[in-house]
Write a protein that binds this ligand. Structure first.
Ligand code: FAD
Length: 394
């Protein structure tokens, strides 16, 4: 009772692996999100997009280049800096769509270009990407191949000096606005694990067409595109890493994408708990604040317990990831647990808000819709369980 009536916030930051420097960054991100993102989110959700200027603004403030070296215009940090950025974005009120749009670019599309790309490729896409002048997207999923990544069919055939690409992609975050698509293609007739490569395809290439901006349940402020390639010519120097070794690149990228999703979810849980506590203190029923009812207190207690468990698993995985451990099992567990848990917590937050929780003007309504993507995107719950099972030799 005293905790609910007192001033204890739901979120407490933070033990290792974060240092005072990370806490400074956390504070900077908090101020930025509260001043420049949160007040506009509702409008951007309605418009089904956020202004492109936001990339440039985030680039200017250094947020898009946190983990990239200074010689490329980055901040010279590590994944931990990125983790702070992602967690604070969702904890301070960015919608799932805003976070997805910014991070599909900075944390999902650019990292493989930096990690597997050569100097020319880094200069061409990462340097302007860090400034927010060029926007990237990652193109893996196809209409006929989602979970079964090795089954993708978009075909890149060798020509003199490069490739010609035919096929399609779907569900691509930033697919409509991107300047470059880091794209998985088949570079052998059979494709599969030993026949996939990564090509960076510039979206102004002839034959590259955005065929649809998809309507979604949540994540309204991010664009999700369907793309068709008709004889798109891609020069030799756009190949990332080695030909036919793209499957390994995809898998390497997934670990960070999934861990980021877990980190974002932990931030979103804190926010939902804070919102629920505030609401429960203010809303009166039967002549007193609903926080006074045991049922509500217990709901919040359960939400906070699930959030604490999520944070512990996620941060432990983050620490080990940062130390270079092989954390495939733990990343899959963190992704599985946090995404499903966030849906549960968002659902409880809506319940605590009663009829108002069902109304668009209340953030919890949007949060529940946004959360539902978590158990699907970046590898479904079922696929996470398959991966975890395999790590036990099953
Ligand atoms: C809003 C949004 C944004 C996205 N952004 C991107 C992006 O930027 N880039 C990108 O490449 N992709 C993106 N995706 C795609 C996303 O990664 C896929 O939707 C996801 O991997 C699942 O693939 P699928 O939708 O084809 O489902 P399917 O693979 O068709 O799965 C359908 C169902 O079958 C289950 N299933 C499939 N195989 C198995 C199995 N072996 N065992 C048990 N169950 C199984 C699945 O778990 C699921 O429940 C996005 C998706 C959405 C919705």
């Amino acid at each position: 009772m005293s905790e609910i009536n007192g001033s204890t916030p739901a979120s407490v930051s933070p033990p290792p692996p974060f240092s005072p420097e990370h806490e400074e960054l956390r504070e900077t991100v908090r101020r930025f999100v509260e001043a420049e993102i949160a007040p506009n989110v509702m409008e951007w959700e309605d418009q089904k997009e956020f202004p492109r200027e936001l990339y440039r603004r985030c680039g200017k403030l250094g947020f898009l280049g946190l983990k990239f070296p200074e010689e490329y215009g980055g901040q010279g940090g590590t994944h931990l800096h990125d983790a702070v950025w992602v967690e604070e974005l969702s904890r301070r009120g960015a919608s799932g769509g805003v976070a997805a749009g910014l991070n599909a670019h900075a944390s999902i599309a650019m990292p493989p270009v930096f990690r597997f790309g050569n100097e020319w490729q880094r200069q061409r896409w990462v340097v302007p990407g860090i400034k927010g002048e060029k926007v990237g997207a990652l193109g893996i999923t196809e209409p006929g191949a989602g979970s079964d990544v090795a089954g993708l069919r978009t075909r890149a055939k060798r020509t003199e000096g490069g490739w010609v690409v035919n096929g399609s992609k779907t569900f691509i975050t930033n697919g409509v606005i991107a300047d470059f698509l880091v794209c998985a293609v088949k570079t052998t007739e059979e494709g599969g694990h030993g026949g996939i490569s990564f090509l960076v395809i510039e979206t102004d290439s002839p034959g590259y067409e955005v065929t649809s901006k998809l309507e979604k349940h949540g994540w309204h402020s991010s664009d999700t595109g369907e793309i068709a390639f008709t004889d798109v010519e891609v020069p030799e120097e756009h190949l990332l890493g080695e030909e036919n070794e793209g499957f390994q690149l995809i898998m390497a990228n997934f670990a960070w994408e999934r861990l980021l999703m877990a980190i974002g979810a932990v931030g979103a849980m804190d926010r939902l708990i804070d919102l629920s506590i505030s609401y429960a203190r203010e809303r009166e029923a039967f002549g007193r604040p609903i926080a006074g009812f045991q049922a509500i207190r217990h709901k919040i207690a359960e939400m906070a317990t699930k959030a604490a468990a999520s944070r512990t698993l996620t941060w432990d995985t983050l620490r080990r990831f940062e130390e270079g451990e092989n954390v495939v099992r733990e990343v899959s567990m963190a992704k599985l647990f946090t995404q499903r848990t966030l849906v549960e917590i968002a659902d409880e937050a809506v319940q605590i808000h009663g009829g108002y929780g069902y109304m668009k003007e209340y953030e919890v309504e949007r949060a529940l819709r946004d959360a539902r993507l978590g158990p699907i995107g970046g590898g479904t719950d079922e696929i996470m369980k398959e991966i975890i099972g395999k790590t036990y030799g099953l």
